[in-house]
Design a protein around this ligand. Structure first.
Ligand code: GAR
Length: 216
């Protein structure tokens, strides 16, 4: 049973999906704590309501001193015996040192099929580019933002009348499915880092093709 910390900055819907999945008796990870860098993050109330302990380490007060913020974060992780970190809408960058320390043990979710559309407004980027398929990616965190060995991806068709909001909502459903599955895979030792590549013990069905648009 791996002890997991979820780091949030806002709404916490992915956090809630992880908490819900971890309730299952055979789930290989336990959500030990939810840590927010913002005291007004909506997700904090959801975590408390689910009986998970919460901690706020307000990053604003550290200004540009990222190392000092991370020292406080690291001691909280140590105090709680944390083995894996899940970033779930955590909107603060880490130093290379912190990332290195958690290499292969820190996961992030991003609402695009990486390496397409990292950073802000991924759905706007997808719509402006005209891709016909988008989705979400769970990956191990490296120093570069929204990059790193890919653990799992889920895809959705982009519709002709999609707005950033409607696309975001469909991708969010996929996020809530793949993040718990990816955590399960990592926590059971089903992933292996091979340079920049994450190898997994799981396989997609070779018949699972998503074609968009469909021509009838
Ligand atoms: C999610 O869509 C997540 O993929 C995204 O922020 C949202 C947080 O929502 N993360 C990133 O864009 C990371 N670059 P949530 O707080 O409801 O999980």
């Amino acid at each position: 049973m791996k002890r997991v910390a979820i780091l949030i900055s806002g709404r916490g819907s992915n956090m809630a999906a992880l908490i819900e999945a971890a309730k299952a008796e055979n789930f290989p990870a336990e959500i030990a704590i939810v840590i927010s860098n913002k005291s007004d993050a909506e997700g904090l109330e959801k975590a408390k309501a689910a009986g998970i302990s919460t901690l706020v380490i307000e990053s604003k007060s550290f200004g540009k001193d990222r190392a000092a913020f991370e020292a406080k974060l690291q001691s909280a992780l140590d105090d709680n015996g944390i083995e894996l970190i899940c970033l779930a809408g955590f909107m603060r960058l880490f130093t290379a040192e912190f990332v290195q320390r958690w290499q292969g043990r820190m996961l992030n979710i991003h609402p695009s099929l990486l390496p397409s559309f990292p950073g802000l407004d991924p759905h706007g980027q997808a719509l402006r580019t005209g891709v016909k398929i988008s989705g979400a990616t769970v990956h191990f965190v490296i120093a570069e933002t929204d990059a790193g060995p890919i653990i799992m991806q889920g895809a959705v068709a982009v519709l002709g009348d999609d707005t950033a909001e409607t696309l975001a909502a469909r991708v969010l459903d996929v996020e809530h499915r793949i993040y718990p599955d990816a955590l399960r895979l990592v926590a059971t030792g089903g992933t292996q880092l091979d340079g920049d590549i994450c190898r997994t013990s799981a396989n997609a069905s070779p018949d699972d093709a998503l074609i968009s648009p469909a021509v009838i």
